[in-house]
Design a protein around this ligand. Sequence first.
Ligand SMILES: [Zn+2]
Length: 244
Amino acid sequence: MALALTAVTDRVHMAQTPLVNWTLVTGDDGVMLIDAGYPGDRDDVLRSLRELGFGPADVQAILLTHAHVDHFGTAIWFAKTHRTPVYCHADEVGHAKREYLQQAAPADLLMHAWQPRWVKWSLDIVRKGALSHEGIPTAGALTEDVAENLPGRPMAVPTPGHTGGHCSYIVDGVLVSGDALVTGHPLASGTGPQLLHRVFNHDEQACVRSLAALAMLETDVTIPGHGDIWFGPIREAARQASPR
Ligand SMILES: [Zn+2]
């Protein structure tokens, strides 16, 4: 499947695949990933690093917007194989360790199995390792001290709802919104700023509240967890994504 790598700023690069996105932030001593695709996206994650001149050992840290398998899949491998530090919001650490799972259950998805789009997507993600229930035992909470020394000095913007500890980040003026706000998804009927289908959201009302929090930011570029990059004030994206 096609991987597209886009330079958003000098330091921030967006990696986009048809199923999920991740972000690379370059620093003086290496590179940081924000999210890391499915377990089966490892070759593409490594390719995105290589295209920027980095190998897997150059990854200083992986930040997670949340611990769903499509966002942290390849981080499992990095943590195990390269001892890469993996950070997320304090409220997401238990999820990343798989002390519990806040992910749509196969039974929830089966309700939609009559729709060809859902069937194709289900097969695609299973091939990418979506059924893995492996966690990252070494995952830790992102603190100010840690963030200060990471490429791009990421600023955490807690956006719970999609999962209990979902967090967005601002790096180099770019908002990385994860699944708090997306612009497309293989299961979505349209493109543009939106919430994911409610079957994927742990707490739909919290998702709406988090959109309101995002709307107060001053950013003009958004890299979502799924879909195309979005240029424009985040308050406008949040307005479009809010259920009316
Ligand atoms: Zn996702």
